[in-house]
Design a protein around this ligand. Structure first.
Ligand code: SF4
Ligand code: ZN
Length: 724
């Protein structure tokens, strides 16, 4: 343990605390102690203070208490004992820094100084939830925070590209000698944002707190850990949040101090300069502070030090490939050619054919390639033929649905939609780098083998680019699309023997388990019963297991003995009963990545539903974010339920409470998205013109307005038996 590190970290902590104290005093004087402070879109106030100290900081005067606590953590001048392999006072200084930095950012928000230009600022709870599923299914193995600036722009680009290729979400910011990695990337035209896995937080080190107070919320959101359980929170971040810090350029005191805070959370720091290393593990899983001076080795080094596994699929195409390119847009200015969309027809279709009719790896282009055609808007047909000893047409739509991801993950290609509403754009850069139509087939072949080797032995791809061929093939494809739709929509919970479990989210929410039935999809909206079943056949020991329903205990609640037993076992004996069709009695738990929340509105004798992308107020006086704060972490919360949005139109939707007729309020966007299906389902229940009887934010954002609207609209819930 190095005295240099300790001294610098403690000095840095003192500087930050002093700066915050001055700012806070100024704010108290200028605005008064009761002035509200807050971050946007979070239910956790100042998250570090909430998680570790269980204090809800809402005003300036409450921030004073946290700052006092931070001051009390500041050690005196480091003494000889710091020569021992003992991090104690350095870590305390680190924690003090994090508490202080968080207050500093909240003060900046109060003064309108955040977010900084071109930066994200505070990371919302919503983003955390929506990334949940990518984290648990392994698409995103972890997070990196880069602080400082690379010696030149090219090195900065190389580092983030390497992280992108490994699908690591990278936060960039801070500066070295007045230069920030953010601007280095900007100058090189690197697209940043959540979709690109590169998120700028701010140009100073203190704004790095955004990444850290985001990580700590994972413990509360997914881990079911109560605020104030500091030790458990820090253990959670160490064990389950795969993050590390990468400093570029000289380290100053503030970087040491913030780094010490990060180490406390179990996040190691890797530096590109000749710093003294800290090896003893315990706080972090492996080393705490290491250096790597060779930029070619720095990213792999980060990965070993944090100890996470990443898959890099090397696919022989002339552009980069990986999930980080999935969200990349190809805009008009940058467009080389497009297929489908408004101006042309395009489709994709995957089917099983006889094994001996498939030549593995064969990619055939039938028609001209993009360097041979002048027109910029073209028809396209992609037909994927797979062969397997375990051919099963139930798998076809599941593998076919991955084509979107596979194609999109190639740099320079944008893929939107599916089936016969597919739309592909290829960028000018992609074309210049040598991207051609056959590469789409190369990608599909490689990825299907990579992910579906258990149910696919051979893959060949036919790409049609002449209109007459496209039209002909499309007729055949449409016939099958229709057949598939009938197959899935006809399924009921009664018609199957087994439900499926999904334990994917346990890596994040250890006590949560989803039970997926034909009529109730996973709460993330990403797993249907068919998906779970297919996944089980692909990996029998994986996250999706069949559960034989066995004898039913309560038809209305949707409780089965075997399901209860299974859930009890897999929830670490924390959940005894679970109702598939009720939200008041033993409802399912939530991990945190739900698409929507259904919440009881007692006064209206019904429920409202709010979706993740709706940021406004609901008539309950709470936003999605606030509501979400009380659902999650694998605990049962009667009256609240996290659901996938398609569950709303299921015949089994909260059957025990009377079903769809209980819905009194929906955000307008969700309402429009589901309108036709809601109407059909309501008709089946004997209610006509139902959608217009449901309020939305244009009709009501308070309870009073809601009740008035429902009365006027003669909403059926008002006539139903009292809920409580
Ligand atoms: Fe997570 Fe449930 Fe979705 Fe599985 S179905 S990924 S456990 S939310
Ligand atoms: Zn989840």
């Amino acid at each position: 343990m190095s005295k240099i590190v300790a001294t610098a970290a403690i000095r840095g902590a003192k500087k930050v605390v002093a700066e915050v104290e001055e700012f806070l005093n100024r704010a108290l004087k200028e605005k008064g102690p009761d002035t509200k402070i807050e971050f946007p879109e979070t239910a956790f106030f100042l998250p570090m203070a909430k998680a570790l100290l269980n204090v809800d900081v809402k005003t300036l005067s409450e921030a004073v208490k946290i700052l006092e606590h931070a001051k009390s953590l500041l050690p005196q001048e480091p003494s000889e004992k710091l020569w021992l392999p003992y991090l104690g006072s350095t870590l305390d200084a680190g924690m003090a820094t994090l508490f202080a930095e968080e207050i500093l950012m909240a003060l900046r928000y109060l003064y309108g100084q955040e977010p900084q230009e071109g930066c994200n600022g505070f990371f919302s709870d919503t983003v955390l939830r929506s990334l949940g599923i990518q984290l648990v299914d392994g698409r995103m193995p972890g997070f990196a925070a880069i602080l400082g600036a690379a010696p030149n722009n090219q090195i900065a680009v190389d580092i983030v590209r390497q992280l992108q290729e490994r699908s690591i979400l990278t936060f960039v910011g801070s500066s070295t000698n007045g230069v920030s990695v953010i601007d280095q990337l900007k100058e090189e035209g690197i697209e940043m944002g959540w979709d690109n896995y590169i998120v700028p937080y701010g140009r100073d080190t203190v704004s790095g707190i955004y990444a850290l107070n985001w990580a700590i919320r994972a413990a509360l959101t997914f881990g079911g850990i109560k605020s104030g359980e500091a030790k458990k929170c820090l253990e959670y971040t160490k064990e389950r949040v795969f993050a590390f810090g990468l400093t570029l350029g000289e380290l100053d005191d503030i970087k040491y101090a913030t780094g010490a805070g990060a180490i406390n959370m179990g996040f190691p720091i890797i530096a590109d300069t000749d710093i003294p290393e800290i090896h003893p593990s315990g706080i972090t899983i492996y080393e705490a502070l290491v250096k790597e001076l060779d930029y070619k080795k720095i990213v792999p080094r980060c990965i070993t030090v944090r100890g996470f596994k990443v898959k890099v699929a090397k696919i022989p195409i002339p552009v980069l490939y990986g999930p980080a390119f999935e969200g990349e847009r190809v805009r008009k200015e940058n467009l080389y050619v497009e297929f489908g969309g408004k101006k042309a027809i395009a489709f994709e279709f995957l089917k099983y054919v006889d094994m001996d009719k498939v030549e593995d790896g064969k990619v055939e282009l039938i028609g001209p390639d993009i360097d041979k055609i002048e027109d910029k808007s073209l028809p396209l047909g992609i037909v994927v033929e797979v062969g397997s000893r375990k051919a099963n047409e139930d798998f076809e739509p599941i593998i076919e649905r991955q084509l979107h991801r596979y194609i999109n993950e190639a740099q320079g290609i944008m893929h939107i939609g599916q089936r016969d509403i597919m739309w592909i754009r290829i960028s000018q850069e992609g074309f210049k780098k040598g991207l051609r139509l056959k590469h789409i087939g190369t990608v599909i072949h490689a990825q299907i083998h990579q992910e579906y080797s258990a149910i696919v032995d051979k893959v060949q791809v036919k790409i049609y680019s002449k209109i007459e061929d496209v039209e002909k093939q499309l007729t055949e494809a449409r016939r099958i699309f229709e057949k598939r739709d009938e197959r899935i929509s006809g399924m009921t919970d009664e018609s199957v023997e087994d439900f499926y479990s999904c334990a994917l989210c346990q890596s994040f929410a250890p006590n949560h388990i989803c039970v997926v039935t034909p009529e109730r999809l996973g709460l993330c909206g990403a797993y249907s019963w068919l998906d779970a079943k297919a996944n089980y056949q692909i990996s029998p020991a994986g996250a999706n297991q069949p559960i034989k329903k066995g004898p039913i205990l309560d038809e209305k609640l949707g409780q089965w003995k075997n399901i209860n037993d299974f859930v009890y076992e897999k929830s670490n004996k924390s959940i005894e009963n679970v109702s598939m069709y009720s939200l008041l009695e033993s409802p399912q738990t939530s991990c945190g990545c739900f698409e929507c929340i259904v919440a009881l509105v007692p006064e209206a004798n019904g429920f409202l539903v709010v979706s993740r992308d709706y940021t406004g107020e609901t008539p309950l006086g709470m936003t999605f974010t606030t509501l979400a704060g009380s659902v999650g972490g694998g605990v049962q919360t009667p009256g609240f339920l996290g659901v996938g949005r398609l569950y709303l139109i299921s015949k089994k939707f909260i059957l025990a409470e009377g079903g769809l007729k209980r819905i009194v309020w929906l955000p307008q966007e969700l309402k429009e998205f589901l309108r036709n299906k809601l109407e059909v389902r309501a008709k089946e229940m004997g209610v006509s013109d139902f959608v217009n009887k449901i309020a939305d934010e244009t009709k009501a954002t308070t309870l009073e307005q809601l009740l008035e609207f429902l009365n006027q609209a003669k909403h059926p819930a008002l006539e139903m038996p009292a809920l409580i």
